[in-house]
Design a protein around this ligand. Structure first.
Ligand SMILES: C[S@@+](CC[C@H](N)C(=O)[O-])C[C@H]1O[C@@H](n2cnc3c(N)ncnc32)[C@H](O)[C@@H]1O
Length: 316
């Protein structure tokens, strides 16, 4: 979910502004710490810092999941995806019923595994509503057809994709090494003016859906490539920018990325960011060419003691 972050002293005026603009996401609690307030958003609010985060359902909501101790769920298109612990097994129908009554939800599924394997997919149990796994997800005005069982898609990365698209300069050649159904590639093609975006994925179903998403979003700068990014990148020329959204094992592909691009957006999930820097430093010595660390961004929290980071590297 997207949150607008403001210093506490601006809270009152920003709250008023968001209510006027009808940009506050209803049914969720505003978050706070000692310095900042975080408002749950349902619309565009230019000029403010936007962060990806979870918000707790407000207990005043008549159909809140809070009574079951569940804080959040995801929606991809019209499919609600909920993580129900085993001790709530006998409540799963009630939970599904609450979610199915939410506006625009047609299907409710429960996660039955962790994301795993090369294709980064998981399994689901159908709980309620239409029995399907394919849906169309809307993000920043774009449409992404997704098959939740066959491909990876994370609606919580929408702000990150938007941020990357803002960085792309006109005429850039971009390589999206692990593109999935194309959310980074299409966000860039639609919101920047790249010369071309090469979108690589090893999952045939992801590339099939990417082709459909290119048509759905009427973009013509994205070139889908099915195969292993390590091999396929060697066939492409030098790129201005490479996106490495495979946080669990992008490090294995880093030498290839650094040899083929000027700016590399490297994603990782770790509880120890210093160790990640040590690994990059060691690689720098082995590769024997220049690698500068440009910046580091915390993309989202992954587990209580782990975050997902983006480290921007350059070989110039
Ligand atoms: C974490 S997902 C990211 C997908 C997409 N960037 C997104 O934001 O939805 C990683 C993707 O990398 C793909 N993948 C894994 N190993 C690969 C490889 N060796 N070459 C190309 N793609 C690969 C998976 O199929 C998966 O779609």
């Amino acid at each position: 979910m997207r949150g607008l972050k403001v210093p506490k002293r601006q809270g009152e005026s920003v709250h008023k502004y968001l209510v006027e603009k009808n940009a506050l996401l209803k049914g969720y609690k505003i978050k706070r710490n000692d310095e900042f307030l975080y408002f749950p958003l349902n619309g565009e609010v230019p000029g403010y810092e936007i962060v990806d985060m979870d918000f707790e359902k407000s207990s005043s909501h008549p159909e809140s999941l809070c009574k079951f101790g569940l804080k959040s769920y995801d929606t991809i298109g019209d499919i609600a995806i909920v993580d129900i612990p085993e001790e709530l097994e006998d409540k799963k129908e009630d939970i599904a019923h609450i979610l199915l009554n939410r506006r625009s939800i047609q299907t409710v599924v429960r996660k039955t595994s962790r994301i795993s394997g090369t294709l980064r997919t998981r399994t689901y149990e159908h709980l309620s509503g239409e029995e399907k796994t394919v849906t169309i997800h809307k993000e920043y005005g774009l449409l992404f057809k997704v098959d939740i069982e066959k491909v990876y898609f994370n609606p919580r990365l929408s702000t990150e994709r938007w941020r990357i698209a803002q960085d792309v300069k006109p005429g850039e050649v971009v390589i999206d090494m692990f593109c999935g159904v194309g959310p980074f590639s299409i966000m860039i093609a639609k919101n920047a003016q790249p010369e071309v975006v090469y979108a690589i994925d090893i999952n045939p179903r992801a590339i099939e859906l990417l082709r459909e998403n290119i048509v759905l979003n009427k973009v013509n700068k994205v070139v889908p490539i099915l195969g292993d990014a390590r091999k396929k990148i060697a066939l492409l020329g030098y790129a201005d920018r490479i996106i490495m959204n495979l946080p669990q094992n992008a490090f294995e592909f880093l030498p290839e990325a650094l040899s083929h691009g000027k700016i590399v957006h490297y994603y990782c999930i770790t509880s120890d960011i210093e160790r990640e820097y040590e690994r990059i430093h060691a690689l720098r010595q082995n590769l024997g060419h220049t690698i500068h660390i440009m910046s580091q961004t915390t993309v989202k929290s992954y587990a209580p003691d782990m975050d997902m980071y983006r480290i921007d590297l350059t070989t110039m």
